[in-house]
Design a protein around this ligand. Structure first.
Ligand SMILES: [Zn+2]
Length: 225
C-alpha cells in the first residue's frame, strides 16, 4: 500500500513536470499566458491594489478594450500581428490598465470617461508610459506600436473616440521627452523601422518641442539628439 502511494506521488510529480515543461501549448493559450503575465507584472510593479483581469480575445479588430464595469481587459487577436516585442504588448496593456484605474474611481467617472473619451485616451497614453517605466518596459514602445496602427484621421472622424494621427504620438513623445529623456538618448529603438518613420514624419513637431523646452531653459536632453 505504501509502495503504491509512493508510486502515485511519483506519477503526480512527473505529471506536473510534463505540464510545466513539455506540454505543447496552442498559440491561443500562449497569448493568454503572455497577456496575463505582462498585465500582472505592470499591476504589481506599480503597486496597483485594484483588481483587474486580462483576456485574449479572438476578435479580429486592431484593438484592445477595458470593460469599465467589470475591469476586464481584453487584447484582441487583430492587434497581435502589429506587435513585435513584449514592450509593445506592454504598451497596449498599460494603456488599458490606465482606463481600468480610472474606471475604479466609480460610476460617475465611468460616465465622464464615456462622454469625453478622447481626453481620456491621451491621459491613458501618458499614464501608460509611467506604468511601463515602473515595470521595466521601454516607453518608446508606446510610440512605435501606435505608429503602426494610427492612421491619419479623416474630417468625419474628428469626434471619434479614438484620436488618430500624429498628434497623439507627438504628445507621448513630449511626455517621454520631459519626464524620461534617458529613453530618447541612444535608445534601443533608434534603428527600428517604425520609430524612424515616426521621427521622419514629426520633424517639425519635435523641433517645436525642443524650442519650447529651450525657451523655458528646461531642455531635458541634448538638443542634438
Ligand atoms: Zn483607450
Amino acid at each position: 500500500m505504501k509502495k503504491f502511494f509512493c508510486l502515485l506521488v511519483l506519477l503526480m510529480v512527473s505529471a506536473s513536470g510534463v505540464f510545466a515543461d513539455e506540454l505543447r501549448l496552442d498559440k491561443e493559450t500562449q497569448y493568454q499566458k503572455k497577456i496575463m503575465q505582462i498585465g500582472f507584472r505592470i499591476l504589481n510593479a506599480n503597486q496597483i491594489d485594484k483588481r483587474m483581469t486580462f483576456y485574449y480575445s479572438t476578435n479580429k479588430d486592431v484593438n484592445a478594450v477595458t470593460y469599465l464595469s467589470s475591469k476586464q481587459i481584453a487584447v484582441y487577436k487583430g492587434i497581435l500581428p502589429f506587435l513585435d516585442s513584449d514592450d509593445e504588448l506592454a504598451a497596449v496593456i498599460a494603456h488599458e490598465i490606465s482606463h481600468g484605474i480610472e474606471a475604479h474611481k466609480g460610476l460617475w467617472r465611468r460616465i465622464v470617461m464615456s462622454s469625453n473619451s478622447k481626453a481620456y485616451e491621451f491621459k491613458a497614453d501618458k499614464n501608460g508610459v509611467d506604468l511601463m517605466v515602473n515595470a521595466g518596459y521601454n516607453p518608446v514602445a508606446m510610440i512605435v506600436m501606435l505608429n503602426k496602427i494610427s492612421a491619419e484621421p479623416c474630417w468625419f472622424e474628428v469626434s471619434s473616440s479614438h484620436p488618430g494621427g500624429i498628434q497623439r504620438l507627438v504628445s507621448i513623445y513630449e511626455y517621454i521627452y520631459s519626464k524620461y529623456p534617458e529613453y530618447l538618448i541612444d535608445n534601443d529603438y533608434k534603428n527600428n523601422l517604425y520609430y524612424q518613420n515616426f521621427l521622419l514624419t514629426t520633424k517639425e513637431d519635435r523641433k517645436e518641442i525642443r524650442e519650447k523646452y529651450l525657451k523655458k531653459n528646461t531642455l531635458p536632453v541634448n538638443s542634438k539628439k
